[in-house]
Design a protein around this ligand. Structure first.
Ligand code: 1HN
Length: 361
């Protein structure tokens, strides 16, 4: 742009006064060649998180108002907001012996993933669901939910929600439930599992259209068995049983539709044999990983980050990710991919020619 004409500077000032901005000075911000996230790749250590959560457990009561003793992972690239990525919230929640997290509901979708411990039941729409190591529990948007600890020890787990996405859309709704949680029953299986937890079998009593998963809990015994089977089949000579050598993976799905278990959050479990590698790739999705067991290294663009049990890693859109397993490595992952797929926005470096320096047409 010619900057020698003083009338252009005047025009820019005048535009500013009228709350207007010209595209010609902004093009690279408005239309970068690929995503340029403000969020950064980052690791949080489980040992730090757990120790701080336990301290909060001694000092900070849980109850009506604050609702949850949850400590959010705040991405250092996104200052002053409790967001792990621009679309995902991740937190460690801590509930002491005999404590209750009161019932409420909100439009945001949520899940819990249990790294260790048991003794807490989460009640979702009056259905009590046991929380145990390795389990994934769902709280779809607008479902009533509260938690109670009936065990003899405190318990901590990972909460994932789509809070930042719902916030960006100005679509937040929240409602308090009754002040008491009712009978603290401790059934082994929730009614969601009793109805829907049988592979390939759909209850005929169920309505036709079920957009969020009616299966409230995905138990570790099933996830573990599915991953074990993939690696056994690979070892028996079937390379198609795994996504790449030594890498078993499953997605948690809605048994009524086969789609993602939550409409806005994709959840997966990965198992790498010792020494296996997930090759480098980029995708236009942001994600958070948690190490369930084992140790490994995440290669995030130029950074190499060592991870061990419970550690969490935020991966912004278009970050190049590769993973090396030092010993057998189990990883839980959640991402905003379903949102992007539904909107026709999901791209990877394998599908987007611009990513490799070509021209997208
Ligand atoms: C919430 O309801 C839970 O139900 C956890 O455990 C974290 C963060 C913000 C708002 C609501 C839960 C939350 C939350």
């Amino acid at each position: 742009m010619p900057d020698w004409d003083p009338r252009i500077a005047e025009l820019h000032q005048e535009l500013d006064k009228h709350d207007l901005l010209p595209l010609w000075t902004q093009r690279e911000d408005l239309m970068p060649t690929h995503p340029l996230p403000a969020a950064v790749p980052h690791r949080w250590r489980w040992a730090d998180l757990y120790e701080l959560a336990a301290r909060a457990g001694e000092l900070v009561p849980v109850g009506r108002g604050g609702e949850r003793r949850a400590i959010a992972l705040a991405n250092p690239g996104l200052p002053n907001v409790p967001h792990a990525t621009p679309t995902l919230w991740a937190a460690v929640q801590y509930l002491g012996f005999h404590e209750v997290a009161p019932v409420h509901r909100h439009s945001q979708n949520a899940f819990r993933f249990v790294l260790e411990g048991d003794g807490v039941w989460t009640v979702v729409d009056r259905d009590p669901i046991a929380m145990r190591r390795g389990d994934l529990l769902l709280t779809p948007g607008w479902a009533w939910h509260g938690h109670y600890n009936t065990g003899d020890a405190p318990m901590a787990w990972l909460d994932g929600l789509d809070i930042p996405l719902i916030g960006a859309l100005d679509n937040e709704f929240f409602q308090f439930g009754p002040d008491t949680i009712g009978d603290r029953t401790t059934p082994e299986r929730s009614s969601g599992e009793l109805l829907w937890g049988h592979p390939g079998l759909r209850p005929l009593s169920a309505p036709r259209d079920i957009s969020t998963s009616p299966l409230s809990a995905y138990r570790w015994e099933h996830t573990d068995a599915a991953l074990t089977a993939q690696l056994e089949l690979e070892a028996a000579g079937n390379p198609h049983a795994v996504t790449c050598p030594g890498h078993a993976a499953v997605r948690f799905t809605n048994p009524a539709t086969g789609g993602d278990a939550l409409s806005t959050i994709r959840m997966e479990m990965h198992r790498l044999r010792a020494g296996a590698r997930v090759p480098a790739s980029r995708e236009s999705a942001s994600s958070v990983w948690q190490v369930f067991t084992g140790t490994g290294v995440f290669h995030l663009d130029a950074e190499h980050v060592e991870v061990g049990r419970g550690d969490l890693v935020a991966v912004p859109s278009w970050t190049e990710v590769a993973i090396d397993a030092m010993d057998e490595l189990d990883l839980f992952r959640f991402s905003d991919t379903p949102v992007r797929e539904r909107l026709g926005l999901y791209l990877t470096d394998a599908t987007n020619p611009a990513a490799t320096g070509g021209t997208a047409r």
